[in-house]
Ligand binder design. Sequence first.
Ligand code: HEC
Ligand code: HEC
Ligand code: HEC
Length: 344
Amino acid sequence: MDTCALRHPGLSVKRLIPLPCLPIAADSWATQETNTRSGADTWRCKECHGWDYLGRDGAYASGSHFTGFPGVADAAQSLSDEELLGVMKGETSADHDFSAVMPDVALNALVMLLKEGLVDVPQVINYETKAPVEADAAHGEELWNRLCTFCHGPDGRNINFGDDEEPEYVGTVAQENPQEFLHKDRFGQPGSDPEMPSTVDLGWSLQDVLDVLAFAQTMPTEPPDVSPSEHEAMEEEEEEVPDEANALVNPIEVTEDSIATGAGLFAATCSPCHGETGQGDGPLAKALAEPPANLHEDPVQVNSDGALFWISTHGVPDTPMQPWEQVFSEEERWHLVNFLRTFR
Ligand code: HEC
Ligand code: HEC
Ligand code: HEC
């Protein structure tokens, strides 16, 4: 997808700056012969300077992206804000003038990214193994389950960035291009639908992002293999809550405390899809293949407590309603049930 928008990289300010999608922005390409990019590729800074900000000294030292262009990491440190702005406006080289395609506000945002947003990528990623130098994949899995799974699914395969022939999932990017993963996880994917959030904006540390990278590198890169019979089995399963689950007795008394605990978990985790008041109208709802259930209505409320507990544990197979067994303790899931009952 061509991205013609830029997220303000400010740590506290969230703002999208729409940019024109012009075919060509600067003529630096004319200064080399090794690479023939076109379209939006020509003005995307990463095409010449790399996801790791190191240009020919980094991951783009070889491969299809090789250009011989310099990195920006040193200049980001040694040049002043004005000088960096000047470089982007063609003051040091007429071939590097982006002012015709990017408004000042966007160029200033880029200066801010250069000054405050870069990390020393080879310090934290081993370029030989492509793995983070130090990371806790189990902590990464926890973070994944709190945020990324809503769009990408538990194993990163809900969204395919490639096509049917050459699928590309989160696991693929994590394994093949950890530098890109690091940048996108930190700054999000401006202009994507639904918009991928920036974890820098959400207050994640660099270590948090590396932990998620380590976990994402364990994800499958092959398309899910669902044979017709398996598919049928899943569909059948979807209908049925097992009898013994239906009959389970709620062990947690319905108290104000229990409902408040459930409400807190719901607001943090379920409301992006089901909506703050459970009407099925959360901010992610429109982006989902299957609409989230309105939790006030009968098909849901007619369930026994045990059945609601089972659904909150196992999810609904083949829909965005994922299993929550790994995310919440048994007790927490019963608190959720007690809260869901307040919608009755
Ligand atoms: C088509 C390739 C290309 C693209 C796209 C490109 N640059 Fe550059 N950049 C260069 C080249 C070549 C140089 C070094 C010579 C020069 O100043 O023109 C450079 C130099 C720089 C420098 C100064 C480096 C130093 O050591 O002095 C900065 C900072 C920079 N670019 C930032 C950016 C930003 C930000 C973007 C995105 C808006 C961008 N560049 C897009 C090719 C590119
Ligand atoms: C609100 C939905 C949403 C959430 C939450 C989300 N993403 Fe994304 N993500 C997307 C979309 C949409 C794309 C762009 C897909 C495309 O380009 O076709 C994307 C793209 C990506 C890519 C880049 C793929 C590429 O090659 O362009 C990576 C890596 C990624 N996401 C990882 C994550 C991680 C890690 C998290 C959790 C921190 C996360 N995402 C959370 C929606 C989301
Ligand atoms: C990523 C979006 C998403 C999130 C997050 C989500 N749900 Fe759902 N939920 C759905 C969708 C979609 C359905 C409808 C599934 C279907 O088609 O049967 C659903 C259905 C349900 C149902 C009704 C199932 C039935 O068959 O009656 C319950 C109960 C439910 N969700 C509870 C929760 C709880 C509790 C949470 C938080 C722990 C939660 N959901 C989080 C998307 C989500």
